[in-house]
Design a binder for this molecule. Structure first.
Ligand code: URA
Length: 263
């Protein structure tokens, strides 16, 4: 939001309006590196670099809610000890300290939320709230009904069964179940839609591996109420007010019903 410089300076606690006007007139204020002397000049405290005597003026921090389509080959962290590209490298122009909510593997593509709203981030990642994540997984071979049912009811991982998942076969690879085990890379792959309500390490990959159909490609296409088929890998956008409200509602929903086995 564009505001008059003297208002930004007074809101940031640098000086009173009147004293701020003098700072501007005296040439002590810069916006994005250029000295501003004109009274009434406007700037955006969230986007512009505003300084007094070279010292950065911090505005009241704006809450940011960013939906990124993460490409393969980026790590979901703010900094990587191995110096691989990180998702934050893709957020040109975002000055706020946003961080990823949850994780996508280095080799997974798809939707990732980044925010500096700590409360919302904590809610979304809390397993009790069971916000649904939807994945499309290209897997080797053709899972049969039994495989799909095992994925749905739960797979033991590290001694604990995965929560019930919604699993649907979207595309059946050529060859049919008779060829299971002879996974041919082109026509033999199938595509599954998998909805899970928890986020364990490499969960979808390990689930599919466990039923004998390893994942070739994995993409997250939905986080609770958020989806965007038009957002290209590497691109990001701000959430709309409606999407933020929908996310908050999704957090408040009671957790998904437990399976009979766990009840
Ligand atoms: N499950 C996985 O296996 N990997 C991801 O990145 C997300 C979910």
């Amino acid at each position: 939001m564009q505001l008059r410089l003297q208002k930004i300076l007074s809101q940031a606690g640098v000086a009173s309006r009147r004293a701020a006007e003098k700072l501007v007139a005296d040439g002590r204020v810069t916006v994005n590196g250029a000295t501003v002397r004109e009274m009434g000049t406007k700037a955006d405290p969230a986007a512009d670099d505003i300084r007094v005597d070279g010292r950065r003026v911090e505005g009241p921090e704006r809450l940011r809610y960013i939906l990124l389509n993460k490409p393969v080959g980026y790590v979901t962290t703010r900094s990587d000890p191995q110096r691989r590209p990180t998702v934050v490298d893709l957020l040109g122009g975002v000055r706020e300290y946003v961080y990823p909510v949850g994780r996508l593997d280095y080799d997974t593509e798809g939707l990732l939320l980044l925010t500096n709203d700590g409360d919302l981030a904590a809610w979304l990642t809390h397993p009790r709230h069971g916000v649904e994540r939807t994945y499309e997984a290209r897997v080797a071979g053709v899972p049969d009904e039994r495989d799909l049912d095992r994925l749905r009811t739960g797979i033991p991982l590290d001694g604990r069964r995965t929560l019930p998942a919604d699993v649907e076969l979207l595309t059946r690879g050529r060859g049919g179940p008779a060829q299971a085990g002879h996974h041919d890379r082109q026509g033999g792959d199938s595509v599954l839609r998998i909805i899970i309500r928890e986020g364990r390490k490499r969960q979808v990959r390990r689930m599919c591996e466990a039923v004998g159909h390893p994942v070739r490609l994995l993409r997250r296409v939905r986080i609770g109420p958020l989806s965007d088929r038009r957002l290209k890998p590497g691109d990001w956008r701000e959430l709309t007010e409606q999407e933020i409200a929908a996310l908050r509602r999704a957090c408040r929903r009671p957790p998904a019903a437990a399976s009979p086995r766990e009840a």
